[in-house]
Design a protein. Sequence first.
Length: 284
Amino acid sequence: MANLIGGVATSHIPAIGGAIHKGIQQEPYWKPFFDGFPPIREWLHAKKPDVLVIFYNDHGLNFFLDKMPTFAVGAAQQYVNSDEGWGIPSLEPLRGEVDLSWHLINTLIDKEFDVVSCQEMLVDHACSLPLKLLYPEGNYPVTVVPVCINTVQFPLPKASRVYALGKAVGQAIADWNSSKTVAVIASGGLSHQLDGERAGFINKEFDLQFMDSLLTNPEWATQFSIHELVEKTGTQGVELLMWLAMRAALTAGAGAGVRKVHSNYHIPISNTATGLLALEKTAY
Ligand code: DHB
Ligand code: FE
């Protein structure tokens, strides 16, 4: 059976790719964000996962507003990043873990999560940036399975449904007939609103409470409706659902607990409160 070791949740913002491209990670604006990553890279280097299952939301590169699946799972040999505008170069393609993709798709549909399966799938900054942040030297030593959750166009899946999905994904990983080591990634959040009357809205108190809840009371955020989450975190802050899915996935497999490997929280990058959290599964 596969070995599920833990997870990493991070905010994503296209401009991060621009900062990496320009090599300005140590400039004062960017340093507090990039400084969060070295301890997590060290942990990954020690644990050496073979496969990353990535919860993320597509922002219009692969799914536009005309076709918006609630949940979609990649089943491709390779996932290509493409021009998203802003003059930011595309990141390198990600290698797929096709056997786990189909195992996840079959298991999820059997458990009545009617996911869309995608044998071709472009991946935007939300899916490709975490890899670049975690393995900045490139030539990624991992394969991936992207799991896309709609947080872009209403109606959005409820927090409780996303938690259940995450749990089912974790269980499927733990049951996967493979000797490989797997980690789960969440890409999104934390509080931010990019447009409308509340553009620039950030809620530090809620963000920190949410991050803390993932350690102390993982289902805490499922008490909120989507509209309450938008009110508390902004229209794009609902991307924190990815973090919830990641945490839920870690309830599966051997060991019931998690320990914090490292966390970081910084305001702002662009209009976003950026969060970072790595959790390792523990025996109790
Ligand atoms: C921005 C884009 C995002 O997808 C996001 O989640 C946060 C910020 C941005 O362009 O600033
Ligand atoms: Fe986003």
